[in-house]
Design a protein around this ligand. Structure first.
Ligand SMILES: [Zn+2]
Length: 301
């Protein structure tokens, strides 16, 4: 088990607003939550940085939405990391995994992770609020070298508010290993009474934000508020109450049973090895074993 207390970076969302610039924003930090998400997976180091950024992106996007349920960011591509999934619930529970084929195990360099690790494909966002249909949020092609390039492309093409984003991650496995951070600023709807040139203010905010370095974003001795003051100090940053995030998997024996029951009984029985059908959670690697009697009960009228 990972001792989460060894990470001082925190797992949190720091919302803020800068009235002068007419913008609001959120800073996300993930530390111990990544350690827990990565344990039992044996990911190559470049994959821990990639998945860290993807989980931080999911958390920062989810924290800007009003929803009651599960936000999902998923990538699919023809690279060695064939799929990644990150879930963020409206309560701040976070989980994620990457599916890595054999080519991915040899990856060492961290340049251009999107073309090199994910390949050609897409990134999709959905919100499941427990109703029959998943609410479709958006989809974007995997473009550019980095996860933030993909996110920028998505924001450019979607009809949302003007948005600027920065992502940073440190690869690592084990306690206090991986860290990831996401910073987003979004332009508030124009204020009709404003006399200032708001386009100019927005441009200025984007320039200030683009000055943030990976080192600053991953500096655990710098509080979220201090980082924001350092970036935007002259402009009067208002920080709101932090919201905490945590790693939590939503898998359970009951959910696995429901999934199994959706397959024909013969198919499930054919999965048995030494009399046991074992299903492993892709997120947390928890094993769920069903013996013959359990399988029979799944299909009992
Ligand atoms: Zn699980």
């Amino acid at each position: 088990m990972v001792d989460i207390a060894t990470s001082t970076f925190g797992d949190l969302v720091q919302p803020f607003q800068i009235e002068t610039f007419g913008l609001r924003g959120r800073l996300v930090r993930l530390g111990g939550a990544l350690d827990t998400a990565f344990e039992n997976h044996d990911y190559p180091l470049p994959v821990t940085a990639l998945l860290g950024e993807i989980m931080a992106l999911a958390a920062v996007l989810a924290s800007g939405l009003k929803y009651d349920g599960v936000f999902t960011l998923q990538t699919q591509g023809d690279g060695p990391v064939t799929m990644t999934v990150a879930n963020v619930t409206s309560n701040g529970d976070l989980r994620g995994y990457a599916r890595v084929d054999e080519d991915g195990q040899a990856m060492e360099s961290k340049d251009a992770p999107v073309p090199r690790l994910l390949g050609t494909g897409h990134m999709a966002f959905t919100v499941d609020q427990g109703t029959d249909t998943e609410r479709y949020q958006g989809i974007t092609e995997l473009t550019g070298d980095t996860v933030s390039d993909c996110a920028r492309n998505y924001f450019r093409r979607s009809e949302q508010l003007d948005t600027a984003i920065a992502l940073a991650a440190r690869p690592g496995t084990g306690a206090g290993g991986a860290q990831a951070s996401a910073l987003v600023i979004q332009r508030l709807p124009p204020d009709a009474g404003a006399v200032m040139d708001q386009d100019q203010y927005w441009q200025q905010a984007v320039i200030l934000m683009s000055s943030v370095t990976t080192t600053e974003m991953l500096d655990e001795t710098l509080s979220p508020a201090d980082l924001l003051f350092r970036l935007f100090h002259q402009e009067g940053v208002r920080v709101f109450r932090q919201r905490s995030l945590r790693h939590a998997c939503r898998c359970s024996r009951k959910r696995v049973a429901t999934t199994l029951r959706s397959f024909p009984r013969a198919e499930v029985e054919a999965m048995a090895e030494d009399g046991l059908v074992t299903v492993t959670c892709e997120f947390c690697k928890a094993p769920y074993a069903f013996d013959e009697g359990d399988v029979a009960r799944l299909y009992a009228p």
